[in-house]
Design a protein around this ligand. Sequence first.
Ligand code: IPE
Ligand code: IPE
Ligand code: MG
Length: 241
Amino acid sequence: MSEHKDKLPNHVCIIMDGNGRWALLHDMERNEGHRQGVEAVRHITEAAAEKGISYLSLFAFSEENWGRPKRETDALMSLIVDAIHKETPTLMKNNIRCLFMGDRHHLNPDLLERMDQCVEQTADNNRMTLIVAVNYSGKWDILQAVQRMLDENPTRDMPLTQEFFSGYLSTAGIPDPDLMIRTSGEMRISNFMLWQMAYTELYFTPVLWPDFRKPDFEAALEAFSNRERRFGKIEESINIP
Ligand code: IPE
Ligand code: IPE
Ligand code: MG
């Protein structure tokens, strides 16, 4: 594959979808699909760091996913706890900083403790930032940002600009995603980073998440490198700020 270093996305976000269908296809329980999904997370995190991606955001569990049977949500929560525990040494080895975003209410204390430990342990790593969205939803993020902005500015004399507001989102200080990948063929955003994805390039692939590997990731990067991002301008004015 040819390298387009200059057109590499700085921030890639992924809606990791298709674990259940992968399991069904292999005549297994849905939870086995989620277990295989963790393998894909490891491969893609390493691949992204190798490629020189600065930020990788992974949608691991949505606020809406609580609507699944308890057996599945319990299994997903304990998988996330285990994965954080098992993968932290790999993050250290690869010099990757890990952050989490999402509503911490209703997450069990065990998980919160693991998340905090992982963030603390990897805080000084600087090769890539991995952001894992757990109990996240884009609408939740916007509402919590509005709430905090109002709480912290009781006199309401703040400058209500996009930059100022962005500072209250879960992604404060993190650039908006340049590329969003969704696996499994579904073509929707499913309440992921709604504000942040205003100008993100969208890439959909039929590959199910547990099968998603480095060559699939590279195909997405290749597609991105061939996109022309106009941000509402026309070709001849693209370089005019
Ligand atoms: C994605 O796979 C994982 C989560 C949403 C937690 P799914 O579990 O949604 O898999 P499908 O869409 O049913 O195949
Ligand atoms: C989106 O996948 C959420 C995550 C990948 C965590 P879903 O499978 O939950 O989304 P829908 O229901 O197909 O929109
Ligand atoms: Mg799904």
